[in-house]
Write a protein that binds this ligand. Structure first.
Ligand code: CO
Length: 185
C-alpha cells in the first residue's frame, strides 16, 4: 500500500528509531509498503520513520542503466537491486565525497553534502539473516542518508550555519504559500 510521506519539519522525523525484534509478517508488510511508496514517489531510498514507523528499517534501490547495470540517476530501479535493511550498523567508514542530495521528506530541495566515500554496513534482511555490504560512491551516500533518518536527523542538518538559515527561511516561506493555495480550494 502506498503510504503518506512525512514532510519536514514533522516532529516524528526528529525521533530516534528502535531496533526490530521480530522478523514477521508485519515487518514484511512494512517493507512492501515502503518499496511501493518509494517507487511511486520516485525515490532511491526510504527510511521507515518517513512513513511514521519508528523502526530501524530502510530500503535503497539505486537506478541503473538497463544493459550494463551501471548506476544512472535516470535509469531503472530493478527488483534485484532492492536492498532491504533491518537494524543496520556502519562498522567502517573512510574517505570523503560531496554529493548533491535530495530527500522525499524535503521535496524539491537539493544540497551538496559531504559524507564518507566508502563504508561497510552490517544489517539483517527481512528473514533475520545477517548481511554485510561494502558500498562506495552513490550507494554509500544513500546508506548514510537513510541511516541518518533512523537517528532522528535529516540531511539539511549537515549544512553550514548560513546555508541552513537560508534553507529554513526559504522552506517556511514555501510551506506558507502552499497552505495559502490549499485553503483557497
Ligand atoms: Co531522506
Amino acid at each position: 500500500m502506498i503510504k503518506e510521506i512525512l514532510v519536514y519539519p514533522n516532529p516524528i522525523l526528529r525521533q530516534k528509531s528502535k531496533d526490530v525484534e521480530v522478523f514477521n509478517e508485519t515487518l514484511h508488510t512494512l517493507l512492501d509498503d515502503m518499496n511501493e511508496t518509494m517507487l511511486y514517489r520516485g525515490g532511491v531510498g526510504l527510511a521507515a520513520v518517513q512513513i511514521g514507523v519508528l523502526l530501524n528499517v530502510l530500503i535503497i534501490n539505486i537506478p541503473v542503466d538497463d544493459e550494463k547495470n551501471l548506476e544512472n540517476e535516470d535509469g531503472l530501479q530493478l527488483k534485484e537491486n532492492l536492498i532491504e535493511a533491518i537494524n543496520p550498523v556502519i562498522t567502517h567508514k573512510d574517505g570523503e565525497q560531496v554529493f548533491n542530495e535530495g530527500c522525499l521528506s524535503i521535496p524539491g530541495v537539493y544540497e551538496e553534502i559531504t559524507r564518507a566515500k566508502h563504508i561497510i554496513v552490517e544489517y539483517f534482511d527481512r528473514f533475520g539473516k545477517k548481511k554485510i555490504i561494502e558500498a562506495e560512491d552513490f550507494l554509500a551516500v544513500a546508506w548514510q542518508h537513510e541511516m541518518e533518518h533512523l537517528t532522528g536527523h535529516v540531511f539539511i542538518e549537515n549544512l553550514s550555519f548560513m546555508k541552513r538559515k537560508k534553507f529554513e527561511k526559504d522552506w517556511k516561506r514555501e510551506q506558507k504559500e502552499k497552505s495559502k493555495k490549499q485553503s483557497r480550494l
